[in-house]
Design a protein around this ligand. Sequence first.
Ligand code: MG
Length: 264
Amino acid sequence: MKGFLIDLDGTLYRGHEPIPHADSFIRWLQQHRMPYLLVTNNSSRTPEQVAEHLLELGIEVPAAAVYTSSQAAAKYLTEQRGGSRVHMVGEAGLRIALEASGFAIDGTTPPDYVVQGIDRSFSYEKLTEAVRHVKAGATYVLTNPDRMLPSDGGLMPGAGSLAASITAASGVEPVVIGKPSPIIMAYAIERLGLPAADVWVIGDNVYTDIRGGVVSGCRTALVLTGVATADNVHEQVASAGVTPDLVCDDLAHFIAQFSAFDRS
Ligand SMILES: [Mg+2]
């Protein structure tokens, strides 16, 4: 039995456009009853919101098949047992994941953790507050390190760019949860219930998806439908210093190559 950890943006869709063969790939997984999780660094949406967005694009998955960096951050905090008070810099997906795990957000006492994701209303005041808590000893946790994100109107700064300002001001580097961190990878592999060697990581980003898969002992497949393309793939693989097991034009090409790879 093989399991699959599949990226979202650039792999199943681009913004509001489904990527060709994404829907048939998900049906192929479901028909063969192969365990899979859709793993996203995006901390702003809940699994339910991700599943709704996919449904609008013609891809039907249960919310339980979605695993976000916010869920992984909440699980990480739970395992640390370092207290329950959180100062959050982020959006609804992060807030809901933290509250669901029993964390008290922004109480009147100093926080045990500063947990930061993307926050599209980030401000000088929010920066100041987060930096003061980190300097006072709160553990600084970052949902995902992405510095730039694709959006409909072009690239926009991601959680990693906000983190750079908090780190510059506080002198403290965060604990990073999202891909390529082995933290989210280990939790996702654990959810699949398979040994890492039987898990394929599929994504469009060499620096996050493929590196995360390689450091976690998984098989990896790079699809050329997002950050990596036929034009830049050689340059990106060389600069990332990690090599995917398979390079695929798209997910239909993955199925064809996977079947051959699995028999060998
Ligand atoms: Mg992607």
